[in-house]
Ligand binder design. Structure first.
Ligand SMILES: Nc1ncnc2c1ncn2[C@@H]1O[C@H](COP(=O)(O)OP(=O)(O)O)[C@@H](O)[C@H]1O
Ligand SMILES: [Mg+2]
Length: 329
């Protein structure tokens, strides 16, 4: 049985509009006009224990809304969610004991308390034994170096220090599932690496299931075997990162031909070509024409002096998904 199972999950927000001024106010008392935003639409998602999935999509795609429904913060408008056998919204407290959450923008720690005290509170809340607590803190400290700022109040920490704490806090009770919503946003490379290292360890060594929302291509490449892409509330891709790239990019072949002037290629699967600095870049769809068939064709027609196949650019694909959604060219 899947650890997380969402079926036909929907979340629709109503946004009430109101005209300006006193008239608008009076009108809003009698008739409330609203617009509906379909933040998540008919989502079907199954996640198995021990998976680490990257949940990606442009801003407003519905990623955080999904996480909020899975954690029980929001009640779905329709459809069902089950997380480890529980309904996260109606069984919110029970569910909370089995999960950890980091929302990049929001803290779960007590602002005025020293880090040490915040963790002691979490220890009590999640009923972690003294022994486990000590072992885990020591272990987490090794990777996240919490002792650097153990006695400082949370509000005095830098963003990177705070995020290291948030991570340790989310994993303190070693829950079954941890949801990380933009955990590396705004962090420098060194801190990101530490955080990735930590997440990886928790996933591999403790078999903790991780659902990760991130804009960072490094996070995705480094951590996620499986990617789910959301576009305007709908799931548009669920699978491996490499196949995602195949699906959303064309392949490119760069050629040096002797008679560049007369170059023209009309082969099915070739999407176009352009000439740069005397070299020709041919864009083709690998599902229609293979690189070797294309090459054979070219060798028949032209004297090819040199050629090179360009690797697909994962970063470009992910950037495109984030910036424009999948179709928005
Ligand atoms: N509490 C809310 N009330 C109204 N609209 C919301 C609310 N939360 C999110 N939305 C809208 O739902 C859509 C999805 O938002 P969100 O899940 O935050 O996207 P993402 O995390 O992928 O950037 C957006 O159009 C957003 O404006
Ligand atoms: Mg979000």
């Amino acid at each position: 049985m899947s650890l997380i199972k969402a079926e036909n999950l929907n979340k629709t927000f109503r946004i009430y509009s109101r005209d300006e001024g006193i008239r608008g106010y009076l009108k809003s008392l009698v008739s409330r006009e609203y617009e509906e935003v379909h933040a998540v639409e008919d989502l079907n998602l199954e996640i198995e224990e021990g998976e680490m999935i990257g949940y990606i999509g442009s801003n407003g795609a519905g990623k955080s809304t999904t996480v909020k429904m899975l954690t029980g913060i929001l009640e779905p408008s329709s459809g069902t969610v089950e997380v480890d056998g529980l309904d996260p919204h109606s069984q919110r407290k029970k569910n909370a004991m089995h999960i950890g959450v980091v929302f990049g923008q929001k803290s779960q720690l007590w602002w005025d308390l020293p880090v040490r005290e915040s963790f002691k509170l979490l220890k009590e809340i999640y009923e972690v034994s003294d022994e486990e607590y000590q072992n885990r803190i020591d272990e987490y400290d090794e990777v996240l170096q919490l002792s650097d700022f153990w006695d400082q109040p949370v509000r005095k920490l830098s963003l990177g220090q705070k995020m290291r704490c948030e991570l340790a806090a989310a994993f303190l009770h070693q829950p079954k599932i941890v949801y990380l919503d933009e955990p590396t946003i705004g962090l420098d490379v060194a801190v990101k690496e530490r955080i990735r290292d930590f997440i990886k360890r928790m996933n591999r060594e403790k078999n903790i299931t991780v659902m990760l929302t991130t804009h960072d291509i490094g996070d995705i490449e480094d951590l996620c075997d499986r990617i789910v892409v959301l576009d305007e509330g709908r799931k548009i891709y669920d699978g491996e990162l490499s196949s995602l790239v195949d699906r959303f990019t064309s392949r490119r072949m760069i050629l040096d031909v002797r008679d560049e002037e007369g170059f023209d290629i009309q082969v099915e699967g070739v999407k176009g070509y352009e000439s740069n600095d005397g070299r020709i870049e041919v864009t083709f769809d690998r599902d229609v024409v293979s690189a070797s068939d294309l090459m054979r064709h070219l060798l028949d027609e032209y004297e090819v002096l040199d050629f090179e196949l360009k690797e697909p650019d994962i970063e470009a694909v992910v950037k495109k998904i984030y910036n424009q959604g999948i179709d928005g060219e």
